[in-house]
Structures are given as C-alpha cells and as structure tokens.
Design a protein around this ligand. Structure first.
Ligand code: SAM
Length: 301
C-alpha cells in the first residue's frame, strides 16, 4: 500500500508562502532606485512579514543575493508582471472592462490601476491565501470596491464558470486573464481542467497570459541548480512544484482548450524587453510565458 501524499500547505489552511516570497521580491524591487527598478509595485510591502529594505543599496543587496542562489526566478516574478500590465493596458484601451486573476495571491494590479475607470477585477484564489489578502487590505484601509474576491480551490473540481457568474463576472464580455505563478502547483489533471473551465467561462476575444515552469525542474534534470534548490525548498514548505511543461506542451495545452497562442516568451526574452541596460537579475532560462486569445466568434455589438 502506498502512503497518502502529505497535505499541502494550502489544504492545511495556511496561506501560500510562495505568494509571500513573490511579494517580498516585489517589495524589495520597489525600493530600488528609479532606472534600475524592474517593476515598482508600491503596494507589495503590505503583504510582507519581514522589514523592507531601508534603501536602494540594501534592496539591491537582498535581491542579488536571492538571484545568485536562484537565478531566473526574480526576473520571471518581476517581469511577467510587466508583461501582464502591458497586456491589461492594451485590453483596456481596446474597451475591455474585466480583468480576471487566477491564483491572484498578493497581486496588486487592481490597486495600481484604479485610474482605469469602470474596470472590474475578479481575483480568484485559494481561500487560505485570499483570507490573508483581504484582511491585509482591510487593515490598510484601502478601497477595493472594484475588486471581487472569488474563493476557489482549482483542485476540487468546483466549476470555475458558475462560480465566477455567481460573483457577477460577465462571461459574454471579453476579459483579460492573468494566470501567473500557478500552473506548476496544480496536478496536470487540475491544470488541464482549469484551462477547459476557463475557456468555457470567458468570451471569445478574451486574452490570457499564463506562465509555466520547465518539466526538467520538476523531474530534477534541469541544468539550473538554483531552480532545483528552489524546488526542494518549496516542497519542504508544502507547496511542491508538481506540473512541469515545455514551450510546446504549454502552447498545446492552451490551444487544446481553445486559446490560440499569440506570443511565447522565455525569461531571457523578458529581460531583453524589460530589464533595461543593466538588469540586476540574471536570465536563467527555465520558465516561460504564453499570451493567447480565446478563439471563436465575438458578440456583434
Ligand atoms: C506563487 S503565488 C502567485 C501569486 C500571484 N499570481 C503572483 O504572480 O504574484 C501562487 C498562488 O496560487 C494560488 N494557488 C495555488 N494552488 C491553488 C489552488 N489549488 N487553488 C487556488 N489557488 C491556488 C496560491 O494561493 C497563490 O496565491
């Protein structure tokens, strides 16, 4: 008889520690001097339980230490968000008024884009992480009337479309979807099912951005030692990487669900595009992003 797998951190009711790690990186980046800063997430510090760096030099010291140990993650965490925000801006300019975040964690796009009149955010996340986010936002006294939290565990088979509709999401109007930092934590079946549910839930013309982690990091054959070490650490914390993809299998998954890939980028592409002249993080190449469009006929209005 095989032993049952240990309960994951989220299933035991604890908020995601990887979401916290991401917020820590973004909070430190926000202290880096203008010109070298990669993202500038001015709200990330709210979610961080360690003291933020005092100044740019300390921030750079912390960030480069993390980058030396686990090169590639920092670039991906900070720059996937830059890409996403560009995509949201394009979609909003084109008239899209719904942004959907799957596995939102401590993402603060909604707080920083409040100027975009009439844009509604739907933030789907595991209830354990979402509860901490909501408490933190309330404690900071921030107005989030334009954000609808949608608690959902992607591994339970709960219907994403029905749950979104019950929270006021309009499945007939196009949206832009960010599914960032999540696919590698979901078993393959739950990941595929979520692609399918998402395709059924959103209108044709909707845009999706998701990221993936190389299969070689999950199966332990990656040549990037820092990535393997991170895989070991997150497993110890109870959030193991369980689902690795390749650029081709990631695109194929999207296509099979009805999302046509528009652009595929790897970490070096992100660093070239957004890293500036002297990026403080390296571009170890074991993760990627796919931007895709929901196929099908849109509405005629
Ligand atoms: C690394 S964080 C990424 C957060 C955010 N998207 C970002 O880029 O900062 C992973 C997120 O996935 C969520 N998550 C992981 N497994 C999940 C599941 N089974 N159902 C719902 N959310 C899940 C966690 O709660 C967490 O918010």
């Amino acid at each position: 008889m095989t032993a049952a797998p240990p309960p994951t951190r989220l299933r035991s009711g604890h908020a995601s520690e990887t979401a916290h790690l991401t917020a820590r990186a973004r909070a430190a980046d926000a202290v880096v001097e203008p010109g070298r800063r990669l993202l500038g997430d001015t709200y990330a510090h709210l979610f961080v339980t360690v003291a933020p760096p005092a100044d740019s030099a300390e921030a750079l010291e912390r960030l480069t230490r993390l980058d030396r140990a686990h090169g590639g993650f920092l670039a991906e965490i900070l720059l996937r968000q830059r890409y996403f925000e560009d995509l949201v801006a394009l979609a909003v300019d084109a008239g899209v008024r719904q942004v959907l975040l799957l596995g939102a964690g401590y993402d603060t796009t909604a707080l920083r884009l409040t100027a975009a009149e009439g844009v509604r955010f739907f933030e789907v996340d595991h209830p354990a992480t979402q509860a901490v986010k909501l408490r933190t936002l309330a404690g900071a006294g921030l107005r989030t009337d334009h954000v609808t939290p949608v608690p959902l565990d992607f591994t339970t088979g709960a219907p994403l479309g029905d749950t979104l509709a019950a929270h006021g999401f309009d499945g007939t109007a196009p949206c832009v979807v960010g599914w960032l930092g999540v696919t590698y934590f979901l078993p393959g079946t739950a990941c595929r099912a979520t692609f399918g549910d998402l395709a059924a839930a959103v209108a044709p013309g909707s845009l999706l951005l998701f990221d993936y982690l190389d299969r070689s990091v999950v199966d332990g054959t990656s040549r990037y030692g820092g990535a393997l070490e991170m895989a070991r650490q997150v497993a110890v914390q109870g959030e193991p990487y369980v689902n690795g993809l390749t650029p081709d299998t990631a695109a194929a998954l999207a296509r099979a669900a009805g999302f046509e890939p528009l652009e595929r980028l790897r970490v070096p592409d992100l660093v070239r595009r957004y890293g500036g002249e002297r990026p403080y993080c390296c571009d170890d190449d074991f993760m990627g992003l796919v931007a895709a469009r929901r196929e099908g006929e849109g509405r005629d209005d």
